[in-house]
Design a protein around this ligand. Structure first.
Ligand SMILES: Nc1ncnc2c1ncn2[C@@H]1O[C@H](COP(=O)(O)OP(=O)(O)O)[C@@H](O)[C@H]1O
Ligand SMILES: [Mg+2]
Length: 231
């Protein structure tokens, strides 16, 4: 099994060295836990190896992405790889994205150089579609069809995809539909509140992999996500 490293030391070890190449991974977690930063590591790791890596953001303008990257020690290298075309950043609003996503996925599918893709966030797209003010008919059937269609377009031997899943604790299942069943793996980032807040990573699902059975704690700092030493 060929692997695509996440690029976060200690986390790759939890999944035998990385994601199975060609897999689609769900990355759920509450706001602020570190999902987008996790994505930066994944993009950076691929681009360092010369892979073309595409990041699609549906929530923030590009300026916000720049500001996020700037906080980290790897920012210079990151922006150099953006300039070199190895990391491609694309920001869309929901209506734009809804209109072009099939075209966009088709392009990504056809571009043989693209090896890594991140969609930040995937479920927000569907929840926006199901919003009462959205113009499309917000039937669950429609949403499931869009999800299935996205998956079949993203399934490609050499393309490894992360779908970020924004989640509030009280909204757990509703915006997920069948996503947890369709993905090949799930990396769960969460907060543990024990007086001080701690961030933890847990891997409930990873096909073709002997996965680590316990959760591990991590910190976010100048180096991005860093696993904490076990006591
Ligand atoms: N330089 C930094 N040092 C420490 N923590 C940071 C730093 N930069 C960002 N963070 C933490 O990362 C969080 C944002 O992470 P992000 O990946 O954007 O979250 P998510 O995408 O899951 O909503 C912030 O709330 C902050 O706690
Ligand atoms: Mg985010």
């Amino acid at each position: 099994m060929e692997r695509e490293k996440i690029g976060i030391k200690g986390m790759d070890l939890m999944i035998q060295g990385g994601f199975p190449r060609g897999s689609i991974i769900g990355l759920p977690g509450p706001p602020g836990v570190g999902k987008s930063i996790f994505a930066l590591h994944f993009l950076l790791e691929g681009a360092r190896k010369g892979q073309k890596c595409v990041y699609i953001n549906l929530e923030e303008p590009e300026r916000n992405i720049d500001n996020m990257v700037k906080q980290f020690d790897f920012s210079e290298e990151f922006f150099r790889l953006v300039k070199a075309g190895k990391i491609v950043l694309r920001c869309y609003t929901y209506p734009e994205y809804e209109k072009i996503y099939t075209e966009l996925f088709q392009k990504i599918r056809e571009d043989k150089e693209v090896k890594r893709l991140v969609i930040d966030s995937f479920n927000c797209f569907f929840s926006a579609v199901s919003h009462p003010e959205a113009l499309t008919i917000p039937t669950e059937v429609n949403i499931r069809r869009m999800i299935n269609q996205s998956f079949s377009m993203l399934r490609k031997k050499d393309l490894t995809t992360i779908l970020i899943l924004e989640m509030q604790h009280d909204l757990r299942s509703s915006f997920y539909y069948n996503i947890p069943y369709l993905v090949d793996g799930i990396i769960n980032l969460d907060f543990l509140e024990l007086g001080a807040i701690e961030r933890r990573v847990f891997i409930p699902k990873m096909r073709w992999t002997k996965q680590y059975k316990e959760s591990k704690s991590f910190d976010i700092g100048k180096k991005g996500i860093v696993m904490k030493k076990e006591e």
